[in-house]
Structure formats: structure tokens, C-alpha cells
Design a protein. Sequence first.
Length: 315
Amino acid sequence: MLMRLMTGLLVLSTLAPAVAQETKKKAAAKKADAPAEPQIPKTAGDVSYGPHERNVLDFWKADGDGPRPLLVYIHGGGWVGGDKGGSTARFKPYLDKGISCAAINYRLTGEHPLPAPVHDAARAIQFLRSKAKEWNIDTDHIALTGGSAGACTSMWLLYHDDLADPNASDPVLKESTRVCAAAVSAGQTSIDPKVIEPWLGEGVLKHRMIWMAVGEPTMDAAMANYEKHKALYTEFSPYNHVSKGDPPLYMSYGGDMTLPSKDAGHGIHHPVYGVKLKEKADDAGLECHLEIPKVSKSEKYANSQEFLLAKLLAK
């Protein structure tokens, strides 16, 4: 009897991976066969907001009385890749509530290191403000969202001092870069290698975002030239701009708190980024919500969507 049971278990353990693989294949096939969700038509597409090829944005105008709030999506990709395209389903809950939406592209660090990708996003916000009358935008209710590098940029804009230049010859640059809120996922709250390695372990330094941000070909090169790049690493770390009176933030991360980080992908999206920023935001008396499964949750909002709706529709 025992021998039969052991034989049966051996057969099951041998078959299990194959069965699991087949189940995955069937699920993938079913998903592929499912009808694609229709894209929401853009009010305006690939609108140029600056002089560079990737300085373009899409805009969806919401229905409603009076100027409408605006949610701006900043794509991820480590500042080295990514695009504003993809499913427009993310915008439907907001458009249904009378919130207009925009999605932006920006220059990438493979050809244009910092400050290019982040300053492009700032200019996009300024451009959208300049279109307030034409596109019926409530400039007091502009919020940001995005994941990974898009989250990092969103948090930088949320916490950074206003970049408006009243003396600029370009009227777009006279507009404010300040926003009312941001909800982000898996974002880097610092990109400074001498800050994040002690936080997360050396795995995070294996991600190309960190060295390509400053135009270096490798992490070794970035560290060899650290003093040259220190000002950029400091300036473009949202953590360094947290101060009293800043707008509210909602951060969400995956639940793997393992330290040191396991690899580049785990390190660059590690939940400890959020823990560190929330500690500083709490010390400054700011509204800051951190969602990490089984570790941290917002006491006020069920999720980031609920947070954004509350902030964008506030009177």
C-alpha cells in the first residue's frame, strides 16, 4: 500500500509541471481569443507640447458642467523605454465621473539623460495648463499617475517647487507645474546609488535605470564618476523634495519585502522605497498613503482609484 502511494505521488509530481504549463497555455489562449476592449476615442492625439519628437501627448475630454478636473498618466520603463499608448481602459472610471485624462511621452535617457525625461513631463503639465480654456480644464484639480519611472517623475513633480518662470519668453514656461495629488505604483523615491544601496542592497544597482539616468554605459562608470553626477542624483530623487505643505500622495507596491533585494527588477520596484518616503512625509505632516499587501494600507481609501476620485472631485 505504501509503495503504491509513493508511486502515485511520484507520478503526480512528475505530471504537475506539465499540467500547470498546459493550464497556463489554455488561459493564455482564452485571453488571446477574448475580444479586445474597444479603445476610447481621443479628443486630440499626438499633440506636440515641446520641440522634440517625443514631446507629444494624447487628451480625452470629459463631459460635464464647467471646467473639468484632469488626470495625467506618465508611463514607466525606467526612463529608457515605454510609451503613452496601450489600453485606454485605465481612463474609463475617471471619464465616467467627468474627469478629463491625458497621457504623455517624453525623451528617454538612452539619448537624452536627466534632466530631459522629467523636465519634459513638467513642460507637459505646463502645456496642458496653457490649454485650459480650449480644453475646459480645471487647473486647480490636476493629478498625476504612473508606474515605476512614471511614478518617480510623478512624485518629483508633486513634491518639487513650482518651475513656472514668469520672465520666460515662452508662454508655456510661465505656467505652473504644481499638481493637487498623485497616485503611483512601484516608484523609485530616490535614484541616488549611495542612498538606495544601503536601503535595498546591491541588487538595485544592477538596473540600468540608475546608470542610464546620468548618461553612463555601466554602473561601474556611474560610480567612478559619482561626484560628477551627484547633483543630478540628488535633484531627481523625490525623497529630497518632501517638505511641509506638499500635496497628498498614494503609493502602492508589491508585497515582497525581502532584503537585500533579490535582483534588478525586485530592487528597482522595492516596497522599501515607499516605506522610506512615507516616514519622511509623516514627519513633515503630509497626507501620504502606502499600500503594501499584508504590510501597510490606507486607513481612508480602499485603493488608488478611490483616492484620485476624491482628490480630483473635491470642491
